[in-house]
Design a binder for this molecule. Structure first.
Ligand code: 26Q
Length: 805
């Protein structure tokens, strides 16, 4: 951005005077922080206006990315970096005695998401903007984002994340552009001159107020908005006078607060679905307000909705915004008088859908009675969609009632959101090659067989300018020295690094950069956990949501094995290792919380053991979030990606770690398969059953006990979980591995993969002894990571799914 330092300073001084009533040099740190954010926000708002005017004038096609989650993280560093203002800001602030880095540290994360899916949405906003594509994100302005996690005696405790106290600075409210969203009530239906009519009556209104969070692009004129809806009760309903005049003043306000709870808090679950009324309200608030605003704007620009699919693409990020299907139908028919067939054609050609999971417990379904009571008009539309859908299916699969039931939008008293998307969307994609194949072969097979052309793959990608260039300035500077700065706009250029693979000086510099990052992380660990770790040990990290399928437990069991080996032979010749974990568990997920407790217990035992702690240390860092990931990832050397094959749709942490030079220790699952395609056997540590082998073993009948019987070491490790070796008992974990009576013991085959995992871990230790060799592996990973740029992924979405130029 073309802003001279003295102009920038002037803007800051005048905002300081306006907002804080004093000059920059007199302002407190918080005031300076807010001043800086406000100035940047207003600059972005101005650029946004220019960009949006250009898009409108040129009648460019726009994409709207609908997602219940955007894990934005912090924005100050990102915006200064993208706008080319970081050095100027630093020097202006230094002039008033403030270190810019301290302001970075003050900023709360905007944690409006749980994990992978939410962060992916944010990475995609960044790329769309850098590439100059007109894209708008739509989500909810949760007052409380993902909970803050504290660990007390190994137990996860959850605390509210009150991010708006400071995070508000980035948001620009548009109070007078709210949309009305209708809940409850009844539907009146009649015929008028032979035409079917319907009216939604006796409903409760909630107003959705938009807040813009402007997204900057790297060295780009484009600015895109992330629009966050906040629920507010309509002014007419804010106080119920009937109650008020009777002196029941609190009761008079009840309806008011009931409306506003809709956007209070993010649901902290990313694994199983909860059929909660409030969650459905959140989804409808997002969908209805967003679609109303898209259509209103389209009408303003084009005066018709007939060309909607040519000018607008609406993307459904997992099934959470699947209500887009019936809601778009509703608005087209009820508010713009379209007939069913034309409305359906427009709807199908406008909408596309990404699936992010194959786990059946995560496929959303809603009890029909709840759905019809809360959204009576939308329900009627779903019923009609389902009637037409199933009668079509009877023709394709005559008499196959089970199949039709499985594919229906409504069956067994439930509304099935994935099937609604499959019935309507013109494109459906998975998020890695393997995952997209699994969708076609298994869970979505019946739809795939009917319309194969609708199914496609877009392997996930990451905003590497955040995860490499901003988070790892040391490595970025080295790369610029070696290959120039072309890679900052074109990640494929990272491949030029390969020519330095045999260059001992470059390898030494790479090690030096990594060591500096490890020291930074070691300092963080020491201040956060009071544990001193050795920066010359291998930094081995597993950072992701806690879930049984991701198998943090497998990692933990292997650490116990290493601990036992060291106790048996204190002279054991292995390079010292620091195991670093960070993970939040869904609040109601008992087993996940037990696994956190186990990791913390192992940490306590190992770190206190004078012999073992010379060789291994274990650290569980609390409150995993974007800004913590930005500290851990640049320091990582081993990236643990050890999910059971077939369950991790893609993973994106694997890509962030790879581009920062960590070597993957993983199964052939999700995007690990494609990482392997890039770097080959020699530059990663593969182990474990492959997806088809997992399937086969299930069919054959998986017996976890047989592994324990065969392997005395394994049985000794499990015994330590129940005999108090780690302070307390972990009977529930052992039970989940061995004795579940429904044939679902060890559902994620931890014991089946244990042996091969131990072998691969041994190879990691052996390989690391040859530092030169290990550094070459690391270099190769950096060089080959370009394909995992979100720029590539967004390019594919734009071309193959959204049909944008
Ligand atoms: C659903 C209903 C009610 C409450 C919560 C939810 C819910 C919320 C979040 C269900 C799922 C999620 C998040 C899923 C997720 O993050 N999936 C991950 O998506 C990444 C991006 O594609 C992949 O890389 C990961 O493999 C996948 O696990």
């Amino acid at each position: 951005m073309n802003l001279k330092k003295d102009e920038f300073k002037k803007l800051l001084e005048s905002e300081s005077l306006r907002g804080s009533g004093c000059s920059l040099s007199e302002a407190s740190k918080i005031q300076v922080y807010k001043t800086l954010c406000t100035v940047l926000r207003d600059l972005l708002a101005e650029e946004r206006k220019n960009f949006s005017d250009e898009v409108t004038a040129k009648e460019k096609k726009q994409v709207f990315y609908m997602s219940m989650e955007f894990l934005v993280g912090t924005s100050l560093h990102n915006n200064l970096f993208n706008m080319g203002l970081e050095a100027k800001a630093k020097s202006i602030l230094a002039g008033v005695g403030i270190d810019l880095a301290e302001l970075y540290e003050m900023e709360p994360d905007a944690g409006l998401g749980n994990g992978g899916l939410g962060r992916l949405a944010s990475c995609y906003m960044d790329s769309m903007t850098t590439l100059g594509l007109p894209g708008t994100g739509f989500s909810i302005r949760y007052e409380f984002g993902i909970f803050r996690q504290k660990i007390v005696d190994g137990w996860q405790m959850e605390f509210p994340d009150d991010w708006l106290s400071l995070g508000d600075s980035w948001l620009r409210p548009r109070q007078d552009e709210a949309f009305e969203v209708k809940f409850g009530g009844e539907v009146k239906e009649w015929f008028e001159n032979g035409n079917f009519k319907s009216e939604h009556i006796n409903y409760n209104s909630v107003m959705a107020v938009p807040y813009d969070l402007f997204i900057s692009g790297y060295n780009s004129k484009a600015v895109n908005p992330l629009v966050l809806w906040s629920a507010k009760s309509p002014s007419s309903a804010s106080i119920d006078l009937n109650y008020f005049v009777r002196g029941e003043h609190l009761k008079a306000l009840e309806r008011n607060t009931m409306a506003e709870v809709i956007s209070k808090v993010l649901y902290p679950a990313d694994d199983h679905i909860e059929g909660k009324r409030l969650r459905l309200k959140q989804q409808y608030l997002l969908v209805s307000a967003s679609l109303q605003s898209i259509l209103k704007n389209h009408m303003k620009n084009y005066g018709t909705l007939r060309n909607l699919p040519d000018k607008v693409a609406i993307h459904i990020n997992d099934t959470h915004p699947a209500l887009c299907v019936p809601e778009l139908m509703r608005i087209l028919m009820d508010e713009y008088s379209f007939g069913w067939d034309e409305a359906w054609d427009i709807t199908c050609r406008t909408l596309s859908y990404t699936n992010h999971t194959v786990m059946s417990e995560a496929l959303e379904r809603w009890p029909e009675h709840l759905f019809s009571e809360l959204l009576p008009r939308v329900y009627k539309i779903v019923v009609e969609i389902n009637r037409r859908l199933t009668s079509g299916l009877y023709e394709s699969y005559p008499g196959d009632v089970a199949k039709i039931d499985y594919m229906a939008a409504i069956s067994g008293g439930e509304v099935k959101m994935a099937n609604l998307c499959l019935a309507a969307c013109h494109k459906i994609n998975g998020v890695s090659k393997l995952h997209s194949e699994i969708l076609k072969d298994s869970i979505f097979h019946d739809y795939y067989a009917l319309t194969p052309d609708r199914f496609t793959n877009v392997t996930n990608g990451i905003a590497y300018r955040r995860w490499l260039c901003q988070a790892n300035p040391g490595l970025t500077a080295l790369l610029k020295n070696l290959i120039g700065d072309g890679f900052m706009k074109d990640a494929n250029k990272l491949e030029e690094l390969l020519s330095f693979r045999e260059d001992a000086t470059v390898l030494a510099s790479l090690r030096e950069v990594k060591r500096a990052n490890k020291i930074r992380l070691a300092n963080y660990i020491s201040s956060a956990n009071g544990i001193n770790v050795d920066p010359d040990s291998i930094f081995d990290v597993q950072i992701k949501r806690l879930h049984e399928y991701k198998r943090q437990l497998l990692n933990a069991l292997q650490i116990i094995h290493m601990y036992r080996m060291i106790k048996e032979n204190p002279e054991l010749d292995i390079p010292p290792r620091t195991f670093i974990f960070a993970a939040k568990a869904s609040s109601g997920y008992f087993m996940a919380k037990q696994i956190i407790r186990l990791i913390c217990a192992i940490a306590n035992t190992v770190n206190a053991d004078p012999v073992a702690r010379e060789k291994i240390k274990v650290v569980f860092l609390e409150d995993y979030k974007v800004s913590l990931a930005e500290i851990i990832i640049p320091a990582a050397e081993i990236s643990e990606q050890i999910s059971i094959a077939g369950k991790e749709a893609s993973g994106t942490g694997n890509m962030k770690l790879m581009i920062n030079g960590a070597v993957t220790l993983g199964t052939l699952d999700g995007a690990n398969v494609e990482i392997h395609e890039q770097v080959g056997d020699d530059n990663m540590f593969l182990f474990g059953l492959k997806a088809p082998e997992v399937e086969q073993l299930w069919r054959k009948g998986y017996d976890p006990l047989s592994y324990v019987r065969r392997d005395r070491e394994l049985s000794a490790i499990l015994e330590m979980l129940t005999n108090g070796s780690f302070g307390s008992n972990f009977d529930d974990i052992v039970k989940s591995l061995l004795t579940n009576s429904f044939g679902t013991a060890d559902a994620y085959m931890t014991l089946a993969d244990f042996g091969d995992y131990v072998r691969a871990q041994g190879l990691v230790s052996e390989t690391y002894k040859d530092r030169e060799k290990f550094t070459k592996m690391s270099l190769t990973n950096i060089a080959k990571a370009g394909i995992f740029s979100a720029d590539r992924a967004i390019g594919e979405y734009a071309k193959n799914i959204w049909y944008m130029k």
